[in-house]
Design a binder for this molecule. Structure first.
Ligand SMILES: [Zn+2]
Length: 342
């Protein structure tokens, strides 16, 4: 396979519109001796000419209409193929939900970012099949990190609604005694993120899967608001783009963060929709991280009322239209981190 299948956005384009092009795995070695293995439509593994330092998963488009991260990753792949970015680490780049991208939708049948850690098993929707493939691919990738190399996974998204804090990160629950990483706060802050949400329990997201299964530092990174392809204001993504480029091309890109300048929240309530008559009691366009006074009614359904339990309790990811049993609202409260890992 020659580089014309990869450069100038062709890998993403062909993966979306002629996925059969990549039905068989193929490999390409660039003039600078970087190797690119095409593993499946929308999935490439990049191996540096030098000894790989870190193992980094960059995923985007797990929700098909979250276009800015897809454009950032596609541009980064182009630059790698052209040789203007020379990677120093092993990279697994994943374009998640290709049919949903083509449809301009978040998903075709169901939300793929609720189907990891085996949750894909009961059914055969396109998202379930893809989630299984992504899990297997990530497992094989991290299995190659036999020398104790650092394992990282940044799952890049944009949010459905505005956010008071434009860029924020959901940090998977660390159930294994690990502490959050100071170095990762530094990297994410350099991407323009100032708000961090610490999860309180295991979930079925892609980043939690990598964190729990492979001890990766995994993050769901929300970089801004959903817009159609070509309509993103790339200026607002410049810091993320530059930092991701530095991450893959520098031996050890390690900007420091001033923790006191960052907003850190922890989950207070997880409110699942149990009834078809579920209602949210704040404005439809209330931004993520809007906060309320104690006692404010936030949501209700027959038999239940959900109120802010303390002053400053803020809403994240409200969606009254989720399937029954699924999360319709998270509430979060400010917290501080006493100790961090390196
Ligand atoms: Zn998303």
């Amino acid at each position: 396979m020659d580089s014309s299948f990869l450069a100038n956005g062709q890998f993403l384009h062909l993966s979306r519109f002629q996925p059969e092009t990549f039905a068989n795995q193929a490999s390409l070695t660039l003039p600078n001796h970087t190797t690119i293995d095409i593993l499946a439509p929308g999935i490439v593994e990049v191996t540096p000419a030098s000894q790989a330092g870190k193992f980094i998963v960059l995923s985007c488009g797990v929700h098909g209409n979250e276009t800015a991260p897809i454009e950032i990753c596609s541009d980064m792949l182009d630059a790698i193929v052209e040789g203007t970015i020379i990677v120093q680490h092993k990279i697994l780049m994943i374009f998640g939900n290709l049919p949903a991208m083509n449809a301009g939708e978040r998903f075709i049948e169901e939300n793929m970012n609720r189907l990891f850690s085996g949750a894909h098993q009961n059914g055969s929707s396109p998202e379930r099949q893809r989630a299984k493939l992504l899990e297997d691919t990530v497992a094989q990738f991290f299995a190659k990190a036999v020398g104790g190399e650092e394992r990282l996974h940044y799952d890049l998204h944009t949010a459905i609604r505005d956010s008071k804090n434009d860029k924020f990160v959901v940090m998977p629950y660390l159930g294994d005694g690990r502490l959050p990483s100071a170095k990762q706060f530094g990297f994410l802050a350099a991407c323009g993120v100032d708000t961090f949400l610490l999860s309180s329990a295991p979930t079925t997201t892609f980043s939690y899967f990598s964190s729990a299964q492979f001890k990766a530092r995994g993050f769901t990174v929300e970089l801004g608001k959903v817009r159609p392809f070509g309509e993103n204001d790339m200026r607002s993504f410049a810091a993320a783009r530059a930092s991701l480029t530095a991450l893959v091309s520098e031996t050890d890109y390690a900007p420091a963060a001033t923790m006191s300048e960052l907003l850190v929240y922890k989950v207070n309530q997880v409110i699942n929709r149990q009834h078809k008559d579920f209602a949210l009691h704040f404005s439809d366009d209330a931004p993520n991280f809007t906060d309320f006074k104690q006692g404010t009614l936030l949501a209700s359904e027959p038999g239940a009322e959900y109120v802010a339990q303390q002053d400053g309790e803020a809403i994240v990811f409200p969606n009254a239209k989720v399937a029954l049993g699924q999360r319709a609202l998270l509430t979060v409260v400010p917290t501080t981190l006493e100790t961090l890992d390196v």
